[in-house]
Design a protein around this ligand. Structure first.
Ligand code: ADP
Ligand code: GN1
Ligand code: MG
Length: 354
């Protein structure tokens, strides 16, 4: 299948290999090598996550073109490879949409920071990304996943799925269900502030996991921000928060031993420093809600994992039966740890804002 699809793209020479690649939860990603030795990334776009592939690809095409006008390094932003028809994705049939990117050579993709400096550099990468899109016409972007970080709406969907309980799993996860219900109020704060005009809407990435940034192999400084599927209007707190959720955590997202999971405040501080440096235009309110962004993104992500577990694991790719439940548990443990260290987090943001 892959080779038939690859023939539809303007590669430099025929493909000789195409192997599963990376640790993403959403798209099917393949590393492609051609006869000349050149490398590409082939992705089957998840139709489950993204019903409007045409709109999604229009966003990515416009955003990457905009980014390329701001930089000189060709690997500083993603580059879509056109199809033989000059389109930016190939529709092979129902639920079968594919795209190809140039492989970002000379880069590193980390699942966890190896040094605090790596995490600092990822803050610079995502902060700069947001700055570079400051003059992008936000109104032209399609909302690729409706209500993506609308946390109250995530609670609504959770309750709907819980009421159906199609897999009969609810009886075994009462503590996790109670955790969601006990956190509904705090989870609604950011969207309430947005609605009240207390926080500005910006063009944000919305999926700022550490493994969505490529660092330069040699200098370990930011090279390229990838995974642009969810780039659309959002809050700066979402981008800050999702990075903290993943990168300042002391355990992997699917760790089973919850005693290993807490928030590393040194990493929290260093990321805050980098993000504020790269985004000097944040308003006072935006800075103040950064800890709330971290808590909200972690709570929301855990709720989404639990929802998918109850629903039968259709959204996130899983590698074992209780994978989504394990993921949910790490997120809720991390929320509790953030609550325990709340005052310290607020103090760090205050100190780094000076
Ligand atoms: P997902 O939405 O499933 O997370 P990503 O677009 O993040 O998919 O891709 C998954 C992984 O593939 C990334 O974490 C990265 O390791 C690798 N990857 C994606 N695009 C490129 C690229 N252009 N060059 C090199 N590696 C890439
Ligand atoms: C997904 O695509 P990936 O693996 O970078 C998800 C994020 C979640 C994350 C949890 C489009 O990110 O929202 O926070 O998994 N992306 C989408 O690891 O739903
Ligand atoms: Mg990704």
């Amino acid at each position: 299948m892959n080779y038939e699809v690859l023939k539809q793209f303007q590669l430099d020479s025929p493909a000789v290999s195409s192997d599963r690649y990376g640790c993403g939860h959403i798209n099917e990603t393949y590393l492609v090598v051609t006869e000349s030795g050149r490398r590409y990334i082939l992705q089957k776009i998840s139709n489950r996550a993204f019903p409007d592939v045409a709109g999604l690809q229009e966003n990515i095409s416009a955003v990457t073109r905009h980014l390329h006008t701001k930089i000189s390094n060709p690997y500083g932003a993603l580059t879509l490879i056109p199809t033989l028809d000059g389109l930016d994705y190939y529709h092979a049939g129902e639920n079968s949409d594919w795209r190809v990117y140039d492989f970002i050579e000379g880069s590193l993709c980390l699942q966890a920071p190896e040094t605090p400096e790596d995490f600092y550099q990822s803050a610079i990468a995502f902060g700069t990304f947001q700055q570079q899109l400051e003059d992008f016409p936000a109104e032209t972007l399609h909302e690729t996943i409706k209500n993506f970080h609308n946390t109250p709406d995530r609670f609504r969907i959770f309750k709907e799925v819980l009421a159906k309980d199609v897999m009969g799993r609810a009886k075994d996860v009462q503590p996790e269900i109670d955790f969601v219900l006990a956190h509904e109020e705090v989870g609604k704060k950011l969207t309430a502030m947005l609605a009240a005009g207390e926080l500005p809407l910006r063009v944000t990435h919305n999926d700022t996991k550490l493994n969505n940034v490529m660092l330069c192999e040699k200098t370990r400084t930011p090279l390229c921000v990838i995974d642009l599927d969810t780039t659309m209007p959002g809050l700066s707190a979402y981008d800050f928060g999702d990075s903290i959720r993943f990168g300042a955590a002391t355990a992997a997202e699917d760790e089973k031993d919850l005693s290993k999971m807490t928030i590393n405040l040194d990493l929290f501080r260093i990321f805050t420093r980098g993000f504020l440096k790269a985004c000097p235009g944040l308003t006072e309110n935006e800075r103040k809600v950064l800890p709330l962004g971290a808590l909200t993104m972690t709570l929301e992500c855990g709720t989404r994992f639990l929802t998918d577990y109850l629903d039968g694991d259709h959204y996130f790719g899983i590698h074992r039966p209780e994978h989504n439940l394990d993921r949910c548990r790490t997120q809720f443990k991390l929320v509790s740890e953030m609550e325990a260290k709340w005052d310290e987090m607020a103090k760090i943001v205050e100190e780094e804002s000076k």
